[in-house]
Design a protein around this ligand. Sequence first.
Ligand SMILES: Cc1cc2nc3c(=O)[nH]c(=O)nc-3n(C[C@H](O)[C@H](O)[C@H](O)COP(=O)(O)O)c2cc1C
Length: 349
Amino acid sequence: MSDIQREQRKNEHVEIAMSQSDAPQSDFDKVRFVHHSVPSINVADVDLTSTTTNLTMDYPVYINAMTGGSEWTKNINEKLAVVARETGLAMAVGSTHAALRNPRMAETFTIARQTNPNGIIFSNVGADVPVNKALEAVELLEAQALQIHVNSPQELVMPEGNREFSTWLDNIAEIVARVTVPVIVKEVGFGMSKELVNDLHQIGVNYVDVSGKGGTNFVDIENARRAQQDMSYLSSWGQSTVESLLETTAYQKSVNIFASGGLRTPLDAVKSLALGAKAVGMSRPFLNQVENNGIAHTVEYVEAFIEHIKAIMTMLNAQNIDELTHKPMVFSPELISWIEQRGLDIHRG
Ligand SMILES: Cc1cc2nc3c(=O)[nH]c(=O)nc-3n(C[C@H](O)[C@H](O)[C@H](O)COP(=O)(O)O)c2cc1C
């Protein structure tokens, strides 16, 4: 595949993603908090610090991986980096493969670091990238963490996608052993299972972003790029973000869990944190914001999002993220069925 084709593909992903809408019913609606009328804290008491084993973030919200690799997406990375700088959010860039293959593409990613020299930036590679390239991806951005995306459904629906996955797990193990910053293994919108999280934990992975179903849908995006052999019947493949978080329950003490995929409201974010996520990522909402409404509006959007998280935590009497994980939650019969059939041990309090 030529560099021009890669550049074109990234632009197509952005264009199609921006035209997508979310799943009509969000799985976040299948989880509810129990209201108590008299909180014993004030909004000012709420501390949103996200503390993980080797990474501390001021806010438990980050701009998840999307762009870089073309002129258009360099501009998007720049805008997102201004938003990250002005609000203090961490930010991931999209897959850096384009820059690792062609140094001329490097600045479409490094613009994020130039724009936000002191911010927390996650670099991003695929699970098939050689260890030396993974190290290069971290160096390129002076990144505080490296995301490795695992996206087999996307590759398989992508006409020109990868068809070889048998080396992924061993390769991830090698990268984790060599890269000195936290390595976050992330999905791209199909969610994760307890079996996968166990495998990842066994090979030394300490950070996972479950990135579940419900928001950006890469089966639909790649299917729209197929000229033949429609694969839209796979549109609802995968676990939702809520289901994925439930799947991680037994590993939440040993693996830092992040949540993304279809999170759209501050309430979705608080529910994810209460289900055990240490932080939450959003992609398409930030993309649409910067492209449709501009930087200033996006900064306001982020500030309101953070304020609303604090308001909800105040209603729940939770001063910090850890306290949220002890708040009672009620699950829909459908989720209870998932929990039972999957043998998940969900006990709160
Ligand atoms: C335009 C676009 C490009 C993306 N590119 C990448 C990528 O390069 N690497 C990656 O790990 N995830 C990528 N993702 C996936 C997101 O990081 C995230 O996992 C997914 O979009 C679900 O979150 P959302 O529903 O908030 O969009 C991309 C998403 C979008 C919308």
